[in-house]
Write a protein that binds this ligand. Structure first.
Ligand SMILES: [Zn+2]
Ligand SMILES: [Zn+2]
Length: 337
């Protein structure tokens, strides 16, 4: 089955850097140091302003508080993050091996076989840096689209919102929140990631006669770097804006601050992972004003039901049982109450 040996096999074999099933790429020291370095630059340029307190309002702080505010890192929500993170990490290898490593190569093989059947063997292109960059870009756009669609569904469909709510129950933002998710949510996103990696790898595997690898920047996957930085900074309490024109193409970290806000005009906005393209196409893009107020969490009506570790782990099951019992007006079953 030579025809189905595409770049993804190579990717899985030696570039777990991209998929990273066991190592959270945005919690590496280089990414965290970059985050702290950029935050310090903001502090210098804005004379101590630019970081938000636990209440989601920007105010001036001395540098140490600006980088690591006590009110955020000792908050109950931040402590619960640690438990949810560890729990999710323990279960992750189970579904990563079964879903990601299972679905991605078979999707790649299916795409290559289908293209071979429909169009004959590929044009046998030879890869160079430009093609590798394009491969990275297509993978990123596909990943972002699948992420957007899954995330959109999670916000609009109550049965799925019950799972995703755990990510939104965070009352303060820390980089660990990237991994604050219910253990049922990981497999859903893994399917999306596996499909996008598989489709892109199948397409490019068909186009090229030799193997094609994604472009790397300083030996780190270009995609992984962008995604890692974005994931780390967008769950950090420092408001990092891009110029408005750039925000129309890439999500600035502060655009995810509004995603976590419980104010009604912020609901269901900025749903993609990296680019603004899909949110723009589907009408969910929201570019906040400088220092816009973003109180985080589920809001006063239901936050009390999502404070402890156990409340978060049992949350979806409580919601689903309320739905089954027909309590549609229940304060815990609806969207963004
Ligand atoms: Zn969300
Ligand atoms: Zn988030």
């Amino acid at each position: 089955m030579d025809s189905t040996a595409g770049p993804l096999n190579q990717l899985i074999a030696d570039a777990l850097a991209v998929i990273a099933p066991h190592v959270p790429r945005d919690l590496t020291w280089p990414i965290l140091l970059l985050t702290a370095g950029l935050a310090t630059t903001i502090w210098l340029f804005r004379n101590g302003a630019g970081a938000k307190g636990a209440d989601g309002r920007v105010r001036k702080m001395p540098l140490r508080q600006f980088l690591l505010p006590t009110e955020i890192y000792t908050h109950l929500s931040a402590r619960v993050d640690v438990g949810l993170y560890v729990f999710e990490r323990l279960l992750r290898p189970l579904w990563v091996t079964t879903l990601l490593v299972g679905i991605a190569p078979s999707t790649e093989a299916l795409i290559m076989d289908t293209l071979n059947t429909l169009l004959g063997s590929g044009p046998g292109l030879h890869s160079h840096y430009g093609w590798m960059l394009l491969y990275s870009l297509v993978t990123l756009l596909l990943y972002d689209l699948l992420f957007f669609l899954i995330h959109y569904a999670e916000h609009k469909i109550p049965v799925l919102w019950a799972i995703h709510k755990v990510h939104h129950s965070a009352e303060v933002l820390t980089p660990l929140i990237r991994y604050r998710e219910h253990f049922l949510e990981g497999p859903i996103y893994a399917i999306g990631a596996a499909l996008s990696f598989g489709i892109a790898a199948g397409l490019f595997g068909w186009l090229f006669s030799d193997s094609i690898a994604q472009a790397t920047l300083f030996n780190i996957g270009f995609f992984a770097l962008l995604f890692g930085f974005n994931g780390s900074f967008r769950h950090y309490h420092v408001a990092f804006h891009y110029p408005r024109w750039l925000s129309k193409w890439l999500h600035s970290p502060v655009m995810h601050h509004t995603h976590h806000s419980y104010l009604e005009h912020h609901w269901d906005t900025n749903l993609a992972a990296v680019t603004s393209i899909w949110d723009r196409l589907f009408g969910t893009l929201y570019i906040p004003e400088k220092d816009e107020y973003t109180p985080w969490g589920l809001g006063p009506a239901s936050q009390g039901e999502y404070r402890s570790f156990w409340q978060n782990v049992s949350g979806p099951f409580r919601d689903w049982s309320a739905m089954i019992k027909g309590k549609t007006s229940s304060s815990s079953a609806g969207l963004h109450e």
